[in-house]
Design a protein around this ligand. Sequence first.
Ligand code: GUN
Ligand code: FE
Length: 421
Amino acid sequence: MQTTFAIKGNLVHTPQCGKLELHPQAYLVCENGTVAGIFETLPEGYQSIPVEDYGDKLILPGLVDLHVHAGQYAYRGLGMDMELLDWLEQNAFPEESRFAEEAYAEAAYRIFVDGLLHTTTTRASIFATLHRPATLKLMEMLDKAGLPCYVGKVNMDRNSPDYLRETTGESLAETRRWLEKSGEFTCVRPILTPRFTPSCTDALMNGLGQLHREFGTPMQSHLSENLSEIAWVQELCPGTRFYAESYARAGLFGGDCPTIMAHCVWSGEEERALMKEKGVFIAHCPQSNMNVSSGIAPIKQYLREGQKVGLGSDVAGGAHLSIFRAMTDAIQCSKLRWRLVDQETPALTMPEALYMATKGGGAFFGKVGSFEPGYKFDAVVLDDSNLPTTRSCTLAERVERTVYLSDGRPCAKYAAGRKLF
Ligand code: GUN
Ligand code: FE
């Protein structure tokens, strides 16, 4: 791997939320996996480095999928005529139980990793299933592909069928064994993954909190997605005032424990205040929220109140891995929210959606999602010449058209300075 090199093309990124920064025909220099800078002409010290010239193509930071279920990829696009809890029972649980069989898991994860590799996504935070060997297999495949992802072995010890439930002791012991093995990967990292509060007893949640303190592992889960789910959590956790407390009381809600919470469609004021105080990342998954009729999350307000927000595909609640698609879904459903729910809060804009898809979600991974110096060199190269039009478009318009119209398959992709294809 070349440690210092440059790529050249039309660079577009969003160092600030809501503002596109455009660098037509500029060089992006990579040193040791990190962005060294954007240059109109290559400075003296870089005159002899290799340059890959992508001509008139577009170059964006690699996109981030902050919430996706690899163990549900096989049934994407199927079985959407249900709300969340029935959808879990009828689709998610039976499919995920098949990952007990390693040959099935390997075949299914091969399809997922090949699919993910050819999207614009360079990093993702992924739910596997509760099976340790299959989860390690997925991590190995992503590591080989060079995709720097977080992957979680799911924990579930209540409220699911026998075929997809662990005892509390098994769940914690298997998680410990998995964490001990997870240090072996180059770019893939483990993330604690209690499925959601209805699937995890207090004892399991507390045990995971202890594992977090021992291993320093971050965590991901679901929060305030669906009204029936929220009512159920209130019954299951009578000592809590709001859903997030069921994670927070185990030490699994931000602060020292970097946390991603998917959805947050119905979070009330107290929950939002705690998310903000603890720096919890919200994974907004608009397509899933529409498919399983969860609702429209108040994302523009979250941005205004300074929450950390990224985008998620939530496959297979969402049918598509494309984060371009998540961007347009986010914009479109924010428009419905503006018209139908809250006339005070305008819709999301394209630059805001691009920010959430790159730097917003990327922040969970460190300095990720921007071409500013010191950021990880994650980039995707897009050819929009196959989207013909008689208009002559500005660079910003070309990005907008690409997000709405392209199949979301880049022609080249870099993660942490490594060219993946
Ligand atoms: N809540 C608990 N499990 C799931 C899941 O698999 N998908 C979604 N969308 N929500 C969940
Ligand atoms: Fe999910």
